[in-house]
Design a protein around this ligand. Sequence first.
Ligand code: ATR
Length: 297
Amino acid sequence: MDRYAVIGQPIAHSKSPSIHAHFARQTGQVLEYTALAVPADRLAEELQRLHALGLRGLNVTLPHKQAVAAQCESISERARQAGAVNTLQRTESGWSGDNTDGVGFAADLKRLGIALRARRVLVLGAGGAARGILEPILAASPALVAVSNRNPWKPEALAESFKPLGEVLPRTHVALKGDRFDVIVNATSAGHSGQMPLMPSGLLAPGGDCYDLSYGPAHAPFAAWAVRQNAARIEDGLGMLVGQAASAFEIWRGVEPAWEAVIVALRRELQVGTDTDLVAAVHAPVHRSHVELPPQD
Ligand code: ATR
């Protein structure tokens, strides 16, 4: 049987095995997909070992998305531009690396009907997650794209490396005071420690949308902030997670799964899970109509 895995650490809560099991069932593909804990200092040898064991493909998650590129025989142009690899495909003598995060993000925005064209887009964060989504953002002909970050040097470097694809305005969060955006995308990992970067208020234009690459409990701080900004739409990153997995599945198996149905199934699965973190994590993306407004700040 063809075998696949997701590697990372921590990995116990990864949804990827469940998502790929859905895809396999739905498309009638016979395969096995497991989650493997791989510490940072064992990445190179584990990749060799999994290749020797005959695995057909791997997904790569934290903390390896950047380090894994150096272990690949070749990487795609979009993975090189993103500076991160999330999908490995077996070659005869090693692994070829790709990045499907941008495809997943673009597909999810399309599914949700959130347009970027001619809108002012702000990306919060300038790490690997932000790099992974900038190509589709720039390709969507927005009015402008700004990237803001706590560390002031990172957006400068990021803007420089994306120059061939379009203009990215480097900012710090505080320097945004007085600016207005139609779409704000949270690509920071702050939510994983229960935080939201400190931002000036009034950043979101009336009718503006907020999209978070995080989901589950990590989505809560940004969702609460977005509610206070009167966002028209507030969406979490579960759809992007399933979308990037669907793109990896297609690379490996040559079949595109109907991934929108899997988002619904995944939310339902998480709701009936026994893990308290996951149960707490499961809320449909916060639409203003189902949110109790916290006090204004
Ligand atoms: P990822 O692959 O998830 O992008 P990363 O490359 O480590 O991970 O980047 C994490 C991003 O979240 C960075 O932009 C980081 O800001 P700094 O570069 O200033 O560290 C941002 N981030 C993480 N925690 C944050 C917090 N508490 N407040 C603001 N930004 C935070």
